[in-house]
Design a protein around this ligand. Structure first.
Ligand code: NOJ
Length: 595
C-alpha cells in the first residue's frame, strides 16, 4: 500500500457523429453489483438491507455506473445467502419490505440508473410452497415440477450408490437427496435445500414467466439469470464420466447445455419481453459456456439474451482437481482467453467483462499484488478489463480495491460451498485441515462477501451492530471515505474509466487486436474505430518493461506511439518519458488518429 496516485489525463477526441444503437443501450453502460447482505445495514441487525442501499446510492451515482444488479432479496431460508428462494414475490424481512423495494426502484430511476433483479429459477428453496406440495405425495399435481426419480435399478433408496445418477453437486456430495416419505430422490445441482425445477413442465415455465412480468410491472429493468444454462436437462439423466481422482461423475454434459435450452430462452423472451414497452436487459450467467454457444445465446436475431456471463478467464488459476486446487495464473493463457472472446463475439453477440463478483475471491489479491502494489495492481486490472469490448461489471468494493480476507479457522467462514467442501475434504477424502483451509482461504467466495468498507469507523461504517461475517481488518486504510474525491484514488480511477466508456465510442465499439500473445507479463492490445486507435499497455508484474524493445513481435508504428497522447495512466504523468516503458503494474492507454 505504498503506491503513489494514478494520473488521469484528458479523454481525447470522440467520434460524435457515430451514434450508438439505442436498442443496445447497455453496450456503453457499466453494471454495478450489489450483494445486499454486505452492502449497508440501516437497522443494526448486522445484515445489509434495502434502506441501507437507498442511503448509499450517492456512492453509485458519483461513481457513474448505469445499471445496478441486485443479488437476491427475496424471501429465503438463506441456505445459500438468498440463492434459495421460498417466495419469488416477497422481500425477505431481513432486507425490508416491498414498500422499501418500490422506494429503491424509484430512487435508482430518479438518479438515471436502472435496476436488474437476480432471477434464480434453475432451482427454488425446498421451503418454497411449490416444492412442499411437490414433496407431499407422488401423485401431487406439482410432483412433476421438480426432478423426482426412484433409486437406480437394483439399488435400495437411501443407501450409498443407489442415487439415480452418479452426478456430483457443485456444493459437494451427490446431486440427489433421498426423501424417506415418498421413497424417491429429488435432484439438486447445488445444496440439498435447492431442488432443481423441471423446465420440461410447461406449467413451471409459465409460472416463472408470470413472476418475471410481475417484477417488470413493478418497475425493474431486467434480470441477471442465475445459472440459466442449466435449466434444460437431458430427461434421460445419464450417468457422467468419473475422472480418476473423483468420487462422483460429471453430469455437466447432460445439464450444461441441454437439448431445449435455446427453445426455453427464446420462449421466455417472447412471453416476457416481446411487445413490452421500455428498455430491458437480460444477462445469462452461464458456467462452462463456450464462445460459440455464447454467440448463439446473444445473437439479437435469435431473441434469447442480451449478454452472457462466462467463466473462462476466472477458471485459469484452477489446478487439475478444480477450484480448490489453485495454481498461478499464466498471463499468456489469460490473453488467449480475452482474445478468443473478443474475436468470437466481434460481429455477433455480447459479453460481460468482470474480474469480481460474489462467487470469486478479490481480484487484486488473486491476480495482482495486494501488498506492495495494491493500488497500482487494482487499477491495472481495471484498465485491462474496462478497455475491452463488452459490458464491464464492478462488484461492490472493487472500486475501493477491497482485498481478500485474512481468515483464521473454518468458523470464520459462512459460505455453504466452502463449509461443505471443508467437511467433505476432511471427513471423506482424509485431507489435512490446515492444507484444506489454505486453499479455502485463497479461493473461498467469502473473500468477496465481507461488508463494504465505508469508513474507518467501527465495523467500517457498515453496521451499528455485529456484522453477519467479520469486516476485513484492513478497513482503517481501505475504505470509501478516504477515497471519495481524492485525486488518484482507486475510486476516482474507476470513475474515469466509467466516464470514458460513456464518451468514447472506440471503447464500446472498436475492433480488438491482441499484441504480444507470448509475452509472460505484458498485456497489450489495440482498439480501433474508423480513424481512431487506442493502445492498451499493462504490466502484470513487479518488474520494468520496455515494450518498444521486445523482439518477438514488432509494435507497429512504435515511434508514433512513443509520443502519442495518453488517455489514462495509473502512474503520474511524466513528461518526456518514453510511453512504451512500463513500471511495475503500470497500465497506460495511448490514443492516436490513424492517417
Ligand atoms: C450462481 C450464484 O452466483 C451462486 O452464488 C449460487 O450459489 C449458485 N448460482 C446457485 O444459485
Amino acid at each position: 500500500m505504498n503506491d503513489s496516485m494514478p494520473d488521469v489525463l484528458g479523454a481525447g477526441e470522440t467520434d460524435s457523429d457515430d451514434t450508438p444503437d439505442d436498442s443496445a443501450w447497455w453496450q456503453s453502460s457499466v453494471v454495478y453489483q450489489i450483494y445486499p447482505r454486505s452492502f449497508a445495514d440501516s437497522n443494526g441487525d448486522g445484515i445489509g438491507d434495502l434502506r441501507g442501499i437507498i442511503a448509499r446510492l450517492d456512492h453509485l451515482e458519483i461513481l457513474g455506473v448505469d445499471i445496478i444488479w441486485l443479488s437476491p432479496i427475496y424471501a429465503s431460508p438463506h441456505d445459500d445467502n438468498g440463492y434459495d428462494i421460498s417466495d419469488y414475490r416477497a422481500i425477505d424481512p431481513v432486507f425490508g419490505t416491498l414498500e422499501d423495494f418500490d422506494l429503491l426502484v424509484a430512487e435508482v430511476h430518479r438518479r438515471g440508473m436502472t435496476l436488474l433483479m437476480d432471477l434464480v429459477v434453475n432451482h427454488t428453496s425446498d421451503e418454497h410452497p411449490w416444492f412442499v406440495e411437490s414433496a407431499s405425495s407422488r401423485d401431487n399435481p406439482k410432483r412433476d415440477w421438480y426432478w423426482w426419480r426412484p433409486a437406480r435399478t437394483g439399488g435400495i433408496g437411501g443407501e450409498p450408490g443407489a442415487e439415480p445418477t452418479n452426478w456430483g453437486s457443485f456444493f459437494s456430495g451427490s446431486t440427489w437427496e433421498f426423501d424417506e416419505a415418498s421413497g424417491e430422490y429429488y435432484l439438486h445441482l447445488f445444496s440439498r435445500k435447492q431442488p432443481d425445477l423441471n423446465w420440461e413442465n410447461a406449467d413451471v415455465r409459465e409460472a416463472v414467466y408470470e413472476m418475471m412480468r410481475w417484477w417488470l410491472d413493478r418497475g425493474v429493468d431486467g434480470f441477471r439469470m442465475d445459472v440459466i444454462n442449466l435449466i434444460s436437462k437431458d430427461p434421460a439423466l445419464p450417468d457422467g464420466v468419473i475422472a480418476p481422482d473423483k468420487h462422483y461423475g460429471d453430469g455437466f454434459p447432460h445439464y450444461g447445455y441441454g437439448p431445449r435450452i435455446h427453445e426455453f430462452l427464446h420462449e421466455m423472451h417472447e412471453r416476457v419481453f416481446a411487445g413490452r414497452v421500455g428498455r430491458f436487459l437480460t444477462v445469462g450467467e452461464m458456467p462452462g459456456v463456450t464462445v460459440e454457444q455464447a454467440r448463439r445465446f446473444t445473437d439479437p436475431a435469435r431473441r434469447e439474451l442480451d449478454m452472457v456471463f462466462q467463466f473462462e478467464h476466472v477458471g485459469l488459476d484452477y489446478g487439475p482437481s478444480g477450484k480448490w486446487d489453485p495454481r498461478p495464473l499464466d498471463v499468456r493463457e489469460l490473453k488467449a482467453s480475452f482474445a478468443r472472446w473478443q474475436e468470437g463475439l466481434a460481429k455477433v453477440g455480447w459479453n460481460s467483462l468482470y474480474w469480481n463478483n460474489h462467487d470469486q475471491p478479490r481480484a487484486v489479491s488473486r491476480f495482482g499484488d495486494d501488498r506492495l502494489y495494491w493500488a497500482k495492481s487494482a487499477t491495472m486490472l481495471a484498465t485491462v478489463l474496462h478497455f475491452q469490448r463488452g459490458t464491464p461489471y464492478v462488484y461492490q468494493g472493487e472500486e475501493l480495491g477491497m482485498t481478500n480476507v485474512p481468515f483464521g479457522g473454518i468458523s470464520d467462514f459462512r459460505d455453504i460451498e466452502s463449509l461443505n467442501y471443508f467437511a467433505e475434504a476432511i471427513e471423506e477424502l482424509g485431507g489435512e485441515p490446515e492444507s484444506v483451509l489454505h486453499s479455502i482461504r485463497h479461493i473461498s467466495r467469502d473473500n468477496a462477501r465481507t461488508p463494504i468498507q465505508w469508513s474507518d469507523e467501527p465495523q467500517a461504517g457498515f453496521t451499528a451492530g455485529s456484522p453477519w461475517i467479520a469486516v476485513n481488518p484492513n478497513y482503517p486504510t481501505i475504505n470509501a471515505q478516504s477515497q471519495h474525491g481524492r485525486a488518484g484514488s482507486i475510486f476516482e480511477f474507476y470513475r474515469t474509466l466509467i466516464a470514458l466508456r460513456h464518451t468514447d465510442p472506440v471503447i464500446s465499439r472498436g475492433t480488438f487486436e491482441l499484441l504480444y500473445p507470448e509475452h509472460r507479463t505484458l498485456v497489450a492490445y489495440t482498439r480501433t474505430l474508423k480513424n481512431r486507435q487506442l493502445l492498451v499497455l499493462a504490466n502484470f508484474g513487479n518488474g520494468h518493461l520496455e515494450v518498444g524493445e521486445l523482439s518477438d513481435i514488432e509494435l507497429p508504428e512504435a515511434d508514433a506511439w512513443r509520443t502519442a497522447p495518453t488517455l489514462i495512466d495509473n502512474y503520474p504523468a511524466n513528461e518526456g518519458i518514453d510511453n512504451l516503458v512500463l513500471a511495475p503494474w503500470q497500465a497506460r492507454v495511448l490514443t492516436r488518429c490513424l492517417r
